[in-house]
Ligand binder design. Structure first.
Ligand code: NAI
Ligand code: SF4
Length: 508
């Protein structure tokens, strides 16, 4: 009997370890031989711990399983009160296009043999045969854009680093996932860490970098442990180190842990922190692609960008570019959080409308009250109301509606949310997390909280001041933290003026 219990942090947080121990104890008591695999998560968080049992029909699921549900796993499975059917046929899962997350939740994350059996390393082997210029061209042709939030074409970034002359170049993976409601980076590092390693090796071969770092936030202890264990195994298997898979190339990497500042997800701040300095933003130019880690040419890419590279090389750039919408090629792992019935990770080709994601895939609010607003792209993302639900998921499409995709997190709020309080939270968040380097952000965010409080006390004349302040922060902040905080504030004000004590027409 083969049983899968996720070792993902979200599953563990709701008792996966206890359930795994309970299954082993029950099997021993019954004298049943059980192979227990600790897999990653399938991303259907409302079903965690989602236990899967291998059967003739495929892997059948049970969730959310508690210790009390364990004995019935050894009886008539069809009659189990928590049975959810064949996992890959659950509508939330079946509706996905899983390219980047194809193995996540399927395999044992630290088994290299399972990794290879499910397509792993095929991309790296193909890349080795293509040579550096071919590798960069393939990524360019795939249309892959930075999944950290900015959507910059990955191929052009790699081209810049490849073209720079230097004795030492670096690949830095930005795993400082800080956006509220996002967990895609954590999920893949815990559920398929070799995929990120493979992507980093391919990046290194493409641009001529021989060293890499994963800059991982300290709040992710399970991801840190999984990545570190995977690096050791990859080194042992010749994927890392000298002579990568017999090609004569060299690439090695290590995991570095950040101290927990949101701004260290900004690439120059991250590089300072990686160098042992205070995590303060550097002015650009120079771009990290030319003067990055230790002043050397550096690719700084998000986890999902790099973890998507192996499937591009395994299946080909044209295959990947065949998914998506306009200039938003391929798939995007949408992270659905907040007040929803079905929260979790939903990988889909770009192009699905926001309304379909919220109303159908997420099943609307968990509370049953109407959806009032959705914040897309983390704490710096705009709030969209129902009138924008026809917007298709795409970089340009969201930009055209005054929003951004960011790291593709959706936080859903029901009709009880007060949008003035959410705007205040955005300013407060910026004040707390500001690195302090530039005035519009350092002082503007504090004044922003005060101004929103004035509005809350009925001083609606302060709305003009808030609008001016947001314009100043947007136009003159050094990085996205100060520059993007106006998105949630101004979208809350313009779409939900009644929460600011204004008549709807006056704000519009
Ligand atoms: P950016 O637009 O300044 O840069 C995007 C990337 O392209 C950078 O890596 C930059 O160095 C690179 N680049 C630009 N021109 C280049 C060239 N000619 N050659 C090579 N590389 C070039 O955006 P930034 O400030 O790096 O990121 C802002 C985004 O970060 C926002 O959209 C926000 O959504 C997102 N964000 C993500 C978070 C997360 O948790 N993943 C947290 C906070 C913000
Ligand atoms: Fe630092 Fe804020 Fe200026 Fe960014 S905008 S450099 S976080 S002070």
């Amino acid at each position: 009997m083969k049983i899968y219990v996720p070792m993902d942090a979200a599953a563990k947080a709701v008792g996966a370890d206890e359930v795994a121990a309970g299954i082993l104890a029950e099997a021993a008591a019954r004298g049943i031989d059980v192979t227990l695999v600790r897999n990653g998560t399938r991303g259907m968080v409302w079903l965690e711990p989602l236990v899967e049992v291998e059967s003739d029909q495929g892997r059948v699921g049970f969730g959310p399983v508690t210790l009390a549900d364990v004995p019935a796993l050894f009886g008539d499975l069809g009659a189990h009160p928590k049975a959810v059917g064949v996992v890959e046929e659950i509508p939330f899962f079946a509706a996905q296009t899983r390219l980047t997350f194809a193995r996540c939740g399927v395999t044992d994350p630290l088994s290299l043999s399972e990794y290879e059996a499910h397509g792993g390393l095929a991309g790296l082997r193909r890349a080795i045969g293509m040579g550096p210029a071919g590798i960069v061209q393939e990524v360019t042709d795939s249309g892959l854009r930075g999944r950290g939030g900015a959507g910059f074409p990955t191929g052009i970034k790699w081209q810049t680093v490849a073209g720079a002359q230097a004795a030492q170049k670096y690949i830095v993976c930005n795993a400082d996932e800080g956006d509220s409601g996002t967990f895609a980076d954590r999920m893949i590092m815990e559920g398929d860490p070799f995929c990120l390693i493979e992507g980093m090796v391919i990046a290194g071969l493409g641009v001529g970098a021989t060293r890499g770092f994963v800059y991982l936030r300290s709040e992710y202890p399970d991801a840190i442990a999984a990545m570190r264990a995977a690096v050791v195994r990859a080194r042992g298997a010749g994927i890392l180190g000298a002579d990568v898979l017999g090609s004569g190339a060299a690439f090695d990497m290590e995991v570095r842990v950040g101290a927990g500042a949101y701004v260290c997800g900004e690439e120059t701040s991250l590089l300072n922190s990686l160098e042992g300095k205070r995590g303060v933003v550097r002015a650009k130019p120079p771009l990290p692609a030319l003067q990055g880690f230790m002043g050397q040419p550096t690719v700084v890419n998000n986890v999902i960008s790099l973890a998507t590279v192996p499937v591009i090389f395994e299946k080909g750039a044209a295959f990947y570019a065949g998914f998506g919408l306009g200039r938003s090629k391929g798939t995007i792992p949408v992270q659905i959080a907040g007040n929803v019935r079905f929260g979790g990770l939903f990988e889909t080709a770009f192009g699905m409308t926001l309304g379909k994601l919220v109303d159908e895939i997420a099943g609307g609010t968990g509370s049953g009250h109407p959806v009032k607003a959705v914040q897309i792209g983390g704490p710096l993302g705009a709030y969209f109301g129902r009138e924008k639900f026809e917007t298709p998921f795409g970089y340009e499409e969201f930009d055209g509606q005054g929003g951004l995709i960011g790291h593709a997190g959706l936080a859903v709020f029901d009709s009880h949310v007060n949008m003035r309080e959410m705007a205040r939270f955005a300013m407060e968040f910026c004040a707390v997390e500001s690195c302090g380097k530039c005035t519009p952000c350092r002082i503007g965010a504090v004044r922003g909280v005060e101004t929103i409080d004035r509005i809350g006390r009925g001083d609606t004349a302060a709305v003009e001041l808030l609008t001016d302040l947001c314009d100043t922060m947007k136009d003159s902040s050094l990085c996205a933290l100060g520059g993007f905080t106006p998105y949630p504030v101004m979208s809350a004000l313009s779409h939900f003026p009644e929460d600011f004590g204004l008549a709807r027409e006056a704000a519009e």
